[in-house]
Design a protein around this ligand. Structure first.
Ligand code: PMP
Length: 367
């Protein structure tokens, strides 16, 4: 196996993102050990070094206070939809929680939580998600164990650019699709979780940042691998963790640190998303984004072409033309259709410029 391996040449490697070339160069022989991270036991000093480096890089990049634990878990964002209530619903006697539902992912989280306690859905009447209801109108329950929201709704393109005030109730957020896209004041939260696969690495690992004093109150039925206190006590090694995914997280965090950290990402993400929103806003209704301007996501930009329901012929032509230029994954989520531009940290300003130019060209041709 080792003999048939052909690394990409230096010339070729300049076409690949830094993290992938680094992973490739270390794939067969990590750190001179003669084995791959893929082959390594999670109990070895080398893997311990990988996971502790990933944690300390994350602590540095997000300025995570000492009284918070960082956990590397499995089960994705969906796993956390169950883990959050199983661990935190019992924080108060009433076993209830407030869920601010602003799109697909917070709706799913609320539905899962209903299995484990009383869920108060804020503004349950919404059937189309185009904004965040005015926070002064939220009927929050002071005896809730926590208030939950999704910081960036990946499907609907709705992002919170403020941290909700809960009057002292523990705040929990799903940052799966905007984690590390900007600085965040971790101390305002009881818990933040994020699946790695958008901004931090590859699928398989989910990062949980949890305030230490919230640990140890899980329901006794909580599965061991979803129990934050158990994972914290065992440094996320209660069972075999997704070792290679954690290694990739470490590489992405190193890349992030070497490229200006969350301040720079914030600046770039604002710049990139403005380029696309500018084209939409100046298209005289040819491109239509249904989301309120105040909470338009910098990560995911959904829009329709032609009219609010979408001219499916034009949209298909748009996707085909983009694909010919090497721009892929622009199709909107299957539940809403249309187009969706995702501008995660790994997308460059130049790539975004190319897309904006293509959108203008398409507009001129078809308007
Ligand atoms: N939350 C958000 C914001 C998401 O975007 C997703 C997936 N795209 C999930 C949760 C679910 O994550 P997973 O597929 O890892 O379970």
């Amino acid at each position: 196996k080792h003999l048939s391996y052909k690394p990409i040449s230096t010339e070729e490697s300049s076409r690949y993102p830094a993290v992938l070339t680094r992973a490739q160069s270390e794939l067969m022989n990590y750190n001179g050990l003669g084995i791959s991270v893929l082959e390594m036991s999670h109990r070895t000093p080398d893997f311990t070094h990988i996971i502790t480096s990933a944690e300390s890089l994350l602590r540095e990049l997000l300025n995570i206070p000492e009284n918070y634990r960082v956990l590397f878990m499995q089960g994705g964002g969906t796993g956390q939809f169950g883990a959050v209530p199983l661990n935190l619903m019992g924080l108060k006697e009433d076993r209830c929680a407030d869920y601010i539902v602003t799109g697909t992912w917070s709706k799913k989280a609320a539905k899962e939580a209903e299995k484990y306690g009383k869920v108060n859905v804020i503004h349950p009447e919404a059937d189309q998600y185009t904004g965040i209801p005015d926070s002064s109108s939220w009927p929050l329950n002071p005896s809730a164990s926590y208030v939950y929201y999704c910081c960036n709704e990946t499907v609907h393109g709705i992002e919170f650019n403020f941290i909700p005030d809960t009057n002292g109730v523990i705040l929990v957020t799903d940052m799966s699709s905007n984690f590390l896209s900007r600085p965040v004041d971790v101390s305002k939260f009881g818990l933040i979780f994020a699946g790695a696969q958008k901004n931090v690495g590859s699928a398989g690992v989910t990062i949980v940042i949890v305030r230490e004093d919230l640990l140890g109150k899980a329901y006794k039925e909580c599965p061991t691998i979803l129990n934050y206190a158990v994972q914290a006590k065992n440094n996320s090694l209660e069972n075999t963790p997704p070792t290679y995914s954690i290694y990739i997280v470490k590489l992405v965090l190193e890349w992030l640190k070497n490229n200006g950290g969350t301040d720079t990402m914030n600046q770039l993400n604002n710049q990139k998303s403005s380029m696309i929103y500018d084209v939409i806003n100046s298209s005289n209704g040819f491109y239509l984004c249904p989301v309120d301007e105040a909470c338009r996501s910098r990560m995911n930009i959904p829009f329709r072409i032609g009219n609010l329901e979408g001219d499916t012929v034009l949209e298909q032509q748009f996707l085909e033309g983009a694909s010919k230029l090497g721009m892929i994954s622009l199709k909107g989520h299957r539940s809403v259709g249309g187009i969706r531009v995702s501008l995660y940290n790994a997308v460059t300003v130049e790539e975004t410029q190319a897309l904006a130019a293509y959108m203008k060209e398409f507009l001129n041709k078809h308007q």
